[in-house]
Design a protein around this ligand. Structure first.
Ligand SMILES: [Zn+2]
Ligand SMILES: [Zn+2]
Length: 779
């Protein structure tokens, strides 16, 4: 009998647990080790390509307590997707150990995202007696950079951008001690051995390293003087300026070529956020969450931010410091300047290009934007932009999924097929599958320029290497003009699977909630290529993973002049007017001032003669049209701007408590939702002098009534009672809250998207779900 093994206690049981999810490189093994020892259990924990294996042995009630505590008390980065339990014979073992993994096999591990600094590390950096006092790169097993610094698997220091920093004796001791918070923390570092901050200027070479505090004191002085600083954050460079100095904010807009799209701000803590914005409990939880996203918050009327931060928008995106470096800057600002500093904190890029990550690249590409640079010498391997969330009806919804979330997997569980999905065009993401998991990429951007396409290809290559994915099939959108579609069709060795845009939206929502069978899919967005070659976007689908029927749609109107129809909502407003008034414009001077006389004449003539127009059922374009009809906005500088203003107007008025406008359901296969009666009512309300906010409110009420009415019909005809709401329109808080309330009141089970955005960034998840199900059906 080998040492350490005795006759098994007859009472004892032994369990084998296979745990899948993000369980490697996140302090899970030492956690299990300490938990098992605390419970006095024997056995071991082991990493393997199929997840983490644990065997525990002891008396039944203690083993049960251990199994219950396992997910409940897990470290913050751990994400358990599944636990499989098998009872095996007790061995009479004593003691618990962390076993070395077998090695040799092709390894597949889920990698954790970059997570904000934890409270314990923050205390270290704030304590003058601690050896990490003021050290900007402090981290531990529970916090710090991960995805952005990992080059390859297995996740081990030599496979990260920390490889070039050799741990000092003190750091090494922490790293090797299973009871230390920094046990196997691959980015472990201290001022003696770790990365350092470097100060640069556009015209100057980077000078010799000086202390982090003195660099950030200089940064603080530049910000205070109204300057713009580019500094290297967790997933890329950020551009900062004082959010209270109008001239600084205007200068940043001008240099960054960003006319109106809101800037996010960063403040020291939730208390400062509270002073500037109304913060609910759920919003506060999102602000302080380890993912540290930008949270859209309603500004207080007396908030003293420059108007240029979020012009014409009642909300501002707010985030809290996510690294010790950010925290140190705010401490310095507090000491030297302003107790409640608010900094604009926006991606370090020009216009819509990918975020900059390299020191030299920053000095070159951001030279015309930043007055100074705060670099550091830890390389960012993978660019991950800041994430954006919004709380709607008590739910935190993702608008942009990147830092803090990516590469968190979504459990699909539809077979082992390895598939690549290429996403859409705007707000592109790609998605891969491996071992039953979907792995959505970070936000990549609009696939409209060479840099973003390169970012797409670079991300694909890196994710394939990291997760050992060799796709056999490629899923893509049906739109022939999308660069993602063209990329897919060039991959001759992969089996192509075309997926209709709105079907992908619905499947994405289904996949998130692991729904089977058929559902009512309400997919409302701006633009998606239909199976009939027209532009869809106001769709009611009876959908499963492998197919759908288009049960109803918004009755199509003509969209004049392609892309400019999207930038100029007045064009589609014109189309709705002509449609609702039998081909002639209603008489009122306001209709003559939507654009120049000449342009109005040309567009009316295009619409009347059906020249250079395309029919669309788009709900997004309808929101734009109504915003223009009531005079809020005739042209926009970014997608969704008019709809955002419409929502803000509705929220400020009394229209939300009014009855809906009239609409009709006509025809069949698909049913047309005829909104001409509503357009005529809106025009006469304008003629009577009704306020725009009241009309905007009643319009939202009408949209909720449309969704409810069509869903009821679908339930009556098809016996479906589960509704999936997806598409960019379902980021409108009033629409989501209204639909949730109304549909639930009518007995529907309603699902919205929370793990991936409801907009086109979520499409790649739907595409892989559909492709995997098709492949599973064939095998
Ligand atoms: Zn920590
Ligand atoms: Zn050290």
């Amino acid at each position: 009998m080998p040492p350490g093994v005795t006759i098994p206690d007859a009472q004892n049981i032994r369990l084998q647990l296979q745990i899948r999810g993000v369980v490697q490189g996140v302090g899970f093994r030492p956690y299990v080790y300490n938990l098992a020892r605390r419970h006095g259990l024997a056995g071991f924990v082991l990493n393997s390509p199929r997840g983490v294996f644990i065997e525990v042995e002891g008396d039944p009630s203690t083993v049960d307590a251990f199994v219950a505590a396992l997910p409940a008390e897990a470290p913050p980065l751990v994400r358990i997707a599944r636990i499989q339990q098998t009872a095996i014979p007790a061995l009479g073992e004593s003691g618990f150990s962390i076993r070395e993994s077998g090695g040799g096999e092709s390894s597949f591990a889920l990698i954790p995202p970059d997570i904000c600094v934890c409270e314990a590390c923050l205390s270290d950096t704030r304590d003058p007696q601690n050896r990490r006092y003021d050290y900007p790169f402090t981290n531990c097993t529970n916090c710090g950079p991960r995805y952005s610094i990992i080059l390859d698997v297995p996740y081990d220091r030599p496979m990260t951008t920390m490889a070039e920093f050799a741990m000092c004796a003190d750091c090494r001791r922490e790293y090797e001690d299973p009871e230390n918070r920094r046990f196997h923390a691959q980015p472990n570092a201290c001022p003696v051995c770790g990365p350092r901050l470097l100060l640069g200027a556009p015209s100057n070479p980077v000078p010799a390293p000086i202390s982090a505090r003195s660099i950030l004191e200089q940064v603080a002085d530049i910000l205070r003087a109204g300057g713009i600083v580019a500094w290297k954050g967790l997933g890329g460079y950020q551009l900062a300026c004082d959010a209270r100095q109008a001239a600084a904010v205007e200068e940043l807009r001008c240099r960054k070529h960003r006319s109106e799209k809101p800037f996010a701000i960063m403040v020291a803590d939730a208390g400062v956020a509270d002073a500037l914005c109304c913060v609910s409990d759920v919003e506060r939880a999102a602000l302080v969450s380890p993912e540290r996203p930008i949270v859209l918050l309603r500004r207080r009327p007396d908030a003293d931010l420059a108007d240029g931060v979020s012009p014409g928008n009642p909300s501002t995106g707010v985030m809290l410091p996510c690294t010790p470096m950010h925290d140190l800057l705010f401490r310095i600002l507090r000491e030297r300047w302003h107790a409640d500093a608010a900094l604009v904190m926006t991606s370090g890029n020009i216009s819509e290009e990918p975020i900059v990550i390299e020191n030299a690249e920053a000095e070159e590409r951001l030279a015309g934007i930043a007055d100074a640079f705060a670099h550091h010498n830890r390389r960012i391997h993978t660019r991950v932009d800041d994430s954006v969330v919004r709380v709607v009806a008590g739910h935190t919804m993702l608008l942009r999924r990147a830092r803090g979330y990516t590469p968190r997997p979504v459990w699909l569980g539809r077979g082992e097929a390895e598939v690549l999905a290429c996403g859409a065009q705007l707000k592109n993401t790609l998605c891969l599958t491996r071992a039953g998991f979907a792995l959505p990429s970070q936000h990549l951007g609009d696939l409209e320029n060479y840099e973003t396409l390169r970012f797409f290809e670079e991300t694909l290559e890196r994710m394939q290497r990291l997760f050992h994915v060799n796709p056999t099939a490629i899923a893509y959108d049906l739109h022939p003009g999308y660069l993602s579609t063209q990329f897919a069709l060039r991959q001759a060795e992969l089996r192509p699977i075309g997926v209709q845009h709105h079907h992908a939206h619905v499947a994405s929502c289904m996949a998130e909630h692991q729904l089977e069978g058929r559902v009512i899919g309400v997919a409302w967005d701006g633009t998606g290529f239909g199976t009939d070659g027209s532009i869809w976007g106001g769709e009611f689908l009876a959908a499963g993973y492998t197919g759908f029927d288009r049960y109803a749609r918004l009755r199509p109107v003509l969209l004049p002049g392609g892309d400019s129809g999207i930038r100029e909502p007045w064009r589609v407003a014109r189309s709705h007017l002509l449609d609702a008034f039998d081909g002639s414009m209603p008489a009122h001077p306001r209709w003559n001032s939507m654009a120049s006389r000449e342009r109005l004449r040309i567009v009316d003539s295009m619409l009347q003669r059906h020249v250079n127009t395309i029919p669309t059922s788009s709900a997004g374009r309808l929101f734009d049209a109504v915003a223009s009809l009531i005079g809020l906005r005739h042209s926009v500088s970014f997608e969704g701007q008019a709809a955002m203003m419409l929502e803000a107007a509705a929220d400020s008025g009394s229209g939300l408590s009014e009855a809906p406008y009239e609409f009709a359901l006509a025809g069949a296969d698909p049913i047309d939702v005829d909104l001409r009666p509503m357009i005529r009512q809106i025009v006469s309300a304008l003629d009577r002098g009704t306020s725009t906010s009241e009309i905007a409110g009643r319009f939202h009420v009408t949209m909720v009534a449309v969704v409810t009415e069509v869903c009821r019909r679908m339930r009556d005809h098809l016996q479906l009672h589960r509704v999936c709401l997806s598409g960019g329109c379902f980021q409108n808080g009033l629409l989501v809250a209204g639909c949730l309330e109304s549909l639930r009141a009518h007995g529907f089970e309603v699902f919205i998207q929370r793990e991936v955005p409801a907009n086109d960034a979520g499409i790649s998840l739907g595409q892989v779900a559909i492709a995997c199900e098709i492949l599973r059906g064939e095998s």
